[in-house]
Design a protein around this ligand. Structure first.
Ligand SMILES: [Zn+2]
Length: 467
């Protein structure tokens, strides 16, 4: 199942649960879906195979005992931990007697090792230090790999594998990534999401499931954020051929390395909410932000601060940044002259100060600094505010949630579409909009490559060009 199918299946499952009358049918359906998902899973090659590993282990011991005088070869990356850099463990799955899957003469352990070396090179170019638990075609137990990474206190662990579809369908292809979603102490999900997302992007391969229920030694026993990526299906003749080429391996490696890079060096996104506080939705927005431990910026309307002072105070108490939007959201009155703008502005300033105790420094003009209503006055108003020490912010990405009732899914698409991979994104949202509150959780999940921050007076503001 691909991600969308799985999400749909999950939705269906949830809906069924709510209909109590057909609860039993729902339970049966859930069971069928569950069994189907499980069957799909076991039809794939498992990255860890106890039988093969036991055989390889036995052989290794036998070989070691036969050459007693020579000390057993020990796999040591032999690295010295560099200062001021992140150490990444890149683990090529399988090795030695444990070949992984073999299809059409292509052996998984070889592809894993080739890709791992390419990832290593790319990470080193980006300034990371890399350790590889295995660097040649040797058998190394998964426990030993994990032990090595743990003893070096690596900052992240990525295991590289290839997939095989054991059913008759040879057309199955694409990328799957696994992480331990139960361990909330480690940030496994974000690492897995980024590696998954970037590798799908760099290769153009089919995006398959990002699994949060990995129960592998390398994802479960590691002490640092960890994931396991299956970069393609050796059972698919076309994908197998690609995976054996230098060009495609480079693309795979590029994606994995960039995912790791973004994990440690995220871009910045500033969530900015206009037009609040609102009675119904601001609390919902604040709940999500609290749960996600994210701080945002709220440009408040004075009139509503008077109406809903408790909500305004909650915004301040929970550590979000408060800026001024206006007192009354009336374009015509606001932008008639510099004086009319300032009169409204100071009224908002005073109400916000009296209610929340916040001396606001940031401003967002209703409609943006340059709009259809202020062609004649925008320059003077902007100059006057700047002279008085305020910093105004426009935006460079938007949910487009202010006009028309757009579905949450559409809002997510708008956000993704307008972000354009920028390094610094000031995102416009409206906390009075129900669907914005509804999609906020997914919105934040949608951008693992960004760290969410609050606007401040020290940063270079995002502003529309003045006419
Ligand atoms: Zn507004």
């Amino acid at each position: 199942m691909n991600t969308r199918e799985k999400r749909n299946a999950k939705k269906t499952k949830e809906r069924k649960r709510e209909e109590k009358i057909i609860y039993i049918c729902g339970a049966i359906l859930t069971g069928i879906l569950g069994t189907f998902a499980f069957k799909t899973m076991v039809a794939m090659a498992t990255p860890e195979n106890p039988e093969v590993e036991a055989a390889a282990e036995a052989l290794k011991e036998k070989q070691n005992s036969e050459k007693e005088e020579i000390p057993p070869e020990k796999s040591e990356p032999g690295i010295e931990r560099e200062r001021n850099t992140f150490l990444i463990a890149i683990d090529p799955g399988h090795g030695g007697e444990d070949c992984g899957c073999i299809e059409g003469g292509i052996i998984e352990k070889d592809i894993n090792l080739q890709i791992a070396f390419r990832v290593k090179e790319k990470l080193e170019e980006k300034g990371f230090q890399v350790m590889m638990p295995r660097q040649n075609d040797e058998y190394l137990a998964k426990e030993e790999r994990v032990e090595l990474a743990n003893s070096y206190q690596a900052d992240a662990y990525v295991s590289i594998h290839q997939n095989t579809y054991e059913g008759s369908d040879k057309s199955v292809s694409g990328i799957e990534t696994w992480y331990d979603g139960l361990d909330e102490m480690r940030d496994n999900k974000r690492l897995a999401q980024l590696i998954h997302q970037e590798t799908v992007k760099s290769t153009g391969a089919q995006e398959r499931t990002l699994w949060g229920e990995a129960q592998f030694c390398v994802t479960g026993k590691t002490l640092m954020p960890a994931c396991l990526i299956e970069t393609g299906f050796l059972s698919n003749p076309q994908e197998r051929e690609l995976l054996a080429t230098e060009e495609y391996q480079e693309k795979v490696a590029e994606g994995i390395a960039e995912g790791i890079n973004l994990y440690f060096h995220p871009k910045s996104m500033y969530l900015t909410f206009d037009d609040g506080p609102s009675k119904e939705n601001t609390d919902k927005v604040l709940d999500v932000l609290k749960e996600k431990n994210i701080k945002a910026t709220f440009f408040l309307i004075g009139e509503y601060v008077e109406k809903y002072p408790e909500v305004a105070r909650r915004i301040a108490q929970e550590g979000h940044t408060i800026g001024i939007h206006c007192y009354r959201h009336d374009y015509q009155v606001l932008y008639e002259s510099v004086d009319s703008y300032l009169e409204d502005f100071w009224k908002a300033y005073d109400v916000i100060l009296a209610t929340t105790g916040v001396k606001a420094e940031l401003v967002r003009f209703p409609g943006g600094s340059v709009n259809a209503y202020n062609k004649d006055t925008c320059k003077d108003i902007a100059e006057e505010l700047t002279k008085q020490g305020f910093v105004f912010f426009d935006w460079n990405a938007s949910l487009d949630d202010a006009v028309g009732e757009k579905e949450p899914e559409q809002l997510l698409i708008n956000a993704r579409f307008t972000t354009l991979d920028r390094k610094k994104v000031v995102m416009l949202l409206h906390d009075r909009v129900t669907n914005t509150a509804l999609c906020l959780n997914d919105l934040i999940d949608q951008f693992p490559e960004y760290r969410m921050k609050t606007l401040n007076t020290k940063m270079e503001p995002v502003q529309f060009p003045m006419p």
